[in-house]
Write a protein of this length. Sequence first.
Length: 159
Amino acid sequence: MRKWFLLIPLVVGLMACSTETVKTSSNQGEKKPNTTVSKIDYKKKSEIIDRIKSPESVLSILIQKMESEWPTLFTVKTEEDLLQRYSFITWNIHPEAKQRLQKNLSTLHPENQEYIKLLKEGVLPAKKYTVTNISIDEYSSESITVTAQYELLLQRLRI
């Protein structure tokens, strides 16, 4: 008799679970896919991403550029190559942006003038470069200043 008391609730429980599973499975098959395509507002998404972007992500991008891309400026061979490389590093890759950059190089990017001067003097291109130190000089929500030091193996100077 005790066996029946234990066996009956167990069988009823299993039957209830199995019917619920069948119900759930059959309901999923009845769902119709949404065939309407909603228009995505990428401008709105971009604004949201800009608002939630943390300064740490900007800092990591700056440090990565200072480590991997900026030192390649020391190895370019011509002024045209320098402009191409500099525009890429400073995110001025569209033709209009590149033209604006070229017009404002002397006023807004004085460091580029130093690279041109070193190219003309024959100091650059360097044979090899090594990143020796990268430091964060200023870090706030509004501005980040990163300084990098490089060691260069230069060509033999022409006398």
